[in-house]
Design a protein around this ligand. Structure first.
Ligand code: IDP
Ligand code: MG
Length: 141
């Protein structure tokens, strides 16, 4: 049974600043997933309040906004069967210190002593989240 899905991936400001855009997107492409949207965007606090609606009231939220507005992000939409699970697995655990080697966060991330969690990439966690997030980052889609 076909389960074609789309997922929103963000290369976060640390990933863009460190020149990891090609690696993140390239790994997904190399696995065979299709790139259907791509944009370089500067996130605003307003946009982030919708994207991260589930986290707005959490203690780390102000630091998350600071981090996510610290530079441009690259937003992409990837498509394929069960791509959400595949890309979340490729990203690794939220905290790079705990992320398995071989994952993006486990291979390229660390604790920088900044008090936030700089972890290079975002990936939607469900088909519902993906649809919601794609509409936020690509309103023209
Ligand atoms: P995810 O990105 O692995 O889905 P979420 O729990 O949805 O993780 O959190 C969204 C983002 O918020 C994380 O990627 C990370 O940048 C940041 N974050 C999550 N938990 C914390 C925390 O406890 N301290 C600081 N930042 C956090
Ligand atoms: Mg999440």
């Amino acid at each position: 049974m076909s389960q074609t899905e789309q997922v929103l991936v963000l290369v976060k400001p640390d990933g863009v600043a460190r020149g990891l855009v090609g690696r993140v997107i390239g790994r997904a492409e190399a696995r065979g997933y299709r790139l259907v949207r791509l944009a370089l965007r500067q996130a605003t606090p307003e946009l982030l309040a919708t994207h991260y609606a589930e986290h707005v009231s959490k203690p780390f939220y102000p630091a998350l906004v600071e981090y996510m507005t610290s530079g441009p992000v690259v937003a992409v939409v990837l498509e394929g069967e069960r791509v959400i699970t595949a890309v979340r697995t490729m990203a690794g655990a939220t905290d790079p210190v705990n992320a398995a080697p071989g994952t993006i966060r486990g291979d390229f991330g660390r604790d920088w002593g900044t008090g936030d969690i700089r972890n290079i990439m975002h990936a939607s966690d469900s088909p519902e989240s993906a649809a919601r997030e794609i509409a936020i980052w690509f309103p023209e889609a």
